[in-house]
Write a protein that binds this ligand. Structure first.
Ligand SMILES: [Zn+2]
Length: 107
């Protein structure tokens, strides 16, 4: 049987992984259509309106929405992907930590 990891080894593995996950973000990115404030705007008059990216999320049960400039949308997508990877990493870390702590309890 292989030598079990120590909690310290799990910590170092986790921190090394986390370092690569920057930028990080939670929530979701979507394209929202809304009218503008310009008078006699052709796009608004036809009902086409204006598309812009919005970051949606929940914090303590409250929804938030933040405008995202077009040129930052790709970057934010990457940050959200990193956020999902981080969640999966936390699950793995918890299991590995528990296994390492159990191994320490054995006489
Ligand atoms: Zn408009």
């Amino acid at each position: 049987m292989p030598v079990p990891e120590t909690p310290e080894e799990v910590r170092r593995w986790f921190l090394a992984q986390v370092q690569r996950l920057w930028p990080v973000a939670g929530g979701s990115l979507s394209l929202r259509k809304s009218p503008c404030i310009r008078p006699r705007c052709a796009a608004c008059a036809t009902g086409e309106q204006h598309a812009s990216y919005v970051l949606y999320g929940h914090r303590a049960g409250r929804r938030f929405a933040r405008y995202v400039p077009d040129e930052l949308a790709r970057e934010l997508e990457q940050a959200l992907a990193n956020g999902r990877t981080l969640q999966a990493l936390i699950l793995d870390a918890g299991e590995r930590y528990l296994r390492a702590r159990k191994a320490q309890r054995r006489p």
